[in-house]
Design a protein around this ligand. Sequence first.
Ligand code: BTN
Length: 254
Amino acid sequence: RDGLTTTLFGQSIVFRPTIDSTNNLAQELANNGALEGTLVIADEQEQGRGRRGRNWYSPPRSGVWMSLILRPQLPLAHAPQITLVTAIALAKALTRLTGERAGIKWPNDILFGKKKCCGILTEMSAEFDQIHHLVVGIGINVNVAQADFPKEIQDIATSLRAVKGATLPRAKVVQTVLEELEPLYRQYVENGGFGTLREDWKQMNITLGKEIVAHTAQGTIRGRALDIDEFGVLLVEDQSGEQKKIYSADIMFT
Ligand code: BTN
């Protein structure tokens, strides 16, 4: 809490030395009425979760593993945009912290060069077609030593420490992220969605203009990432010149 200048995020903080997943506890607290802005944070996760059922490597005290409870009064259709808004804040925060440019790989990865250092896992709960609450899970490899990453991700993962060449206090990382995210979140709520944040996103992104392969539930799409629309949907020109909308996918650069 010390030194935190936010007025909404982190007013209430739930800390656990060890936990299964901060997203799980945040869901439970949110279902029991926890206030917007409540932050769940742990030193270590034993079952850190990534997107698509993957594991998220969350070793003790070397990263930021946290989840934020949000209660925007918006239609459910706007919920996926919060991941993009969070990505903007993270790219800004991590650039500020390291002095190196962090870029957004649509939808939820923050990369330095080609290596991922941070991921976002947003989970939503709806009441009819309105958002009841969102849990925004953020994992940042802060001081993880390169050799400690599991061998499957050795070549594709990095940490702030590797990028900066020095360790960083995790509290400072948390503080910087919350301070970048809070004003963007307020803007998102006031706009009733992505709105002008789309331009901020474009500035921090490293996806548009690239040749990509997208693995979607409907199949694989290859082509060039052209733009994102006002909902944050990715527009891709496929190999036959046709425009495709990608709502949700894992993408790879080719
Ligand atoms: C991804 O890139 O696949 C998303 C990774 C999200 C990891 C964070 S760490 C804190 C929160 N708790 C979890 O179990 N996952 C998220």
